[in-house]
Every structure is written in structure tokens, then in C-alpha cells.
Ligand binder design. Structure first.
Ligand code: ZN
Ligand code: FE
Length: 254
């Protein structure tokens, strides 16, 4: 069974160490910085063998070259963005699989936040590493993609099992939830989740990972079919892509 360790860095980034005990292979997902990763693997006596990148932003690839130099590891990243991923060795795309010892992850192409963004799903561990695509109660900004692309990408990930653990790359939950409440105030699951989030944050605890099942109930970017959201934003009965686009637009200006 995989061991997954969350490393908080910078203001609100999460890095994830993934350790496969049988082989000892160890990956770091989206290393923004080098020192916290080195400290964590040394503490645990693990040897870093892979970097797994979801997209090219500096807060996801910042330590690629330094870690490669130090550990001689292999860097796996999105084929569509290969020229923007420092040190990339293995380019992957929708339908590909990667392995970490005995563990296998399916790769999903999820453009929207960036045009080459991918996600990795370790089915046996129910673990999804989706970078800046789905956040707890939010989604990534559309820097390089269209709302239609992002809605398609999110819909693809939403088809995974409800118990899927979503290891997203940022702790944006409180701000996301405040926006969610502004357009769906009568959603009881959302109100309850916000109380849980407030308690976790008051104790300095992460709200991530979340689960896909919980996101389907509380995340407005997975809920353009919600009658309340459609009503609030004046798009009752509209096309789901148009609802999604308007929700994203409103969040950008919230
Ligand atoms: Zn990003
Ligand atoms: Fe990011």
C-alpha cells in the first residue's frame, strides 16, 4: 500500500511524497522547493526516485533540476508541455500509465488551468493528484484554457469513484467555500463542510485531501446542474458549460 505524505510549503502549496514500500521507489509530486523535500525524505530514510509533474507553473516544477541533480531521479510530466517542464525525462498523456514499484497510475489530460495540465490517478490507493484542476470547493484559474475545456476536464475526473481522495496542490478551501456559499447558500452539505473547515483551520490543520464524493456535494465547479446555483446566477435551465463559465467568471471577481 502506498504511503502518502503531505508537505506544506510557501503560502498555501502542498507537495506530496508517494512511497511504494515493496520497491522503495519514492516520488514527489510538483516540487516547488527543494529543502522541505530533502528534509522529509532524509527524516524517513527514503530515496527519491521520481518527480511527478502536473503542469509547468513554477510553484510545481521549481525544484525539478535541483532534485534531479541531487538524487539522479526520473522526471515524469505532461507531453503537451514537455518544453516547459525542466529536466523532463518521460512524457505522458491521456491513457498512459506510470508505475512506482508495484503501484500504477492512470494519466488524464485535463487542460484548462494550463493547456498541457495532466492528473495522475492511483486507482488501488484511491488517490488522485490533480494539481491545480480541482481544489476543495474550487477549481484552478483558466490561465490558458477555455471554460468548455475545464468543464470537460473536471467532468472526466468527476467520473472516478466517490471515495477517490483528491490530493490537490493548494489550501484555498476557506476562500473557495466563502465563494461557494455566496451562490449556493441553501446547500446544507456546503454549510456543514464550512463548519468542518473552520474547525480544521482554527487548529492549523489541512482541509486536503478531500474526497470526490464531498466535492460533488459542495464544490460549485462540479455543480453547474444545481438549480440553486443556476437560479442565483440567472441561468436557470442553461447549458452546463455556460453555467460553469459564469461561475468561474464570478469567482474571478469575488
Ligand atoms: Zn498552477
Ligand atoms: Fe499552483
Amino acid at each position: 500500500m502506498l504511503e502518502i505524505v503531505q508537505i506544506p510549503v510557501l503560502q498555501d502549496n502542498y507537495l506530496y511524497l508517494i512511497y511504494e514500500p515493496k520497491s522503495g521507489q519514492t516520488a514527489i509530486v510538483d516540487p516547488a522547493l527543494e529543502e522541505p523535500v530533502i528534509a522529509e525524505v532524509e527524516k524517513r530514510g527514503w530515496a527519491l526516485t521520481h518527480i511527478i509533474n502536473t503542469h509547468h507553473h513554477w510553484d510545481h516544477v521549481g525544484a525539478n533540476e535541483a532534485l534531479k541533480e541531487r538524487f539522479g531521479l526520473t522526471i515524469i510530466g505532461p507531453k503537451a508541455d514537455k518544453d516547459r517542464i525542466p529536466g523532463i525525462d518521460i512524457c505522458v498523456d491521456e491513457g498512459d500509465q506510470i508505475t512506482l514499484g508495484d503501484a500504477v497510475a492512470d494519466v488524464y489530460f485535463v487542460p484548462g488551468h494550463t493547456r498541457g495540465h495532466i492528473a495522475y490517478h492511483f486507482a488501488e490507493a484511491d488517490a488522485l493528484f490533480c494539481g491545480d484542476t480541482i481544489f476543495s470547493m474550487g477549481c484552478g484559474r483558466l490561465f490558458e484554457g477555455t471554460p468548455a475545456q475545464m468543464w470537460h476536464s473536471i467532468s472526466k475526473l468527476a467520473a472516478l469513484p466517490d471515495e477517490t481522495l483528491i490530493y490537490c496542490a493548494h489550501e484555498y478551501t476557506t476562500a473557495n467555500g466563502n465563494f461557494a456559499l455566496s451562490i449556493e447558500p441553501k446547500n446544507a452539505a456546503l454549510v456543514a463542510r464550512m463548519a468542518d473547515v473552520a474547525a480544521l483551520r482554527a487548529n492549523g490543520k489541512p482541509t486536503v485531501p478531500t474526497t470526490l464524493g464531498l466535492e460533488k456535494k459542495t464544490n460549485p465547479f462540479l455543480r453547474p446542474m444545481s438549480a440553486e446555483i443556476q437560479h442565483t446566477i440567472g441561468l436557470a435551465g442553461a447549458d452546463l458549460t455556460d453555467v460553469f463559465a459564469e461561475v468561474r467568471h464570478r469567482k474571478d471577481n469575488f
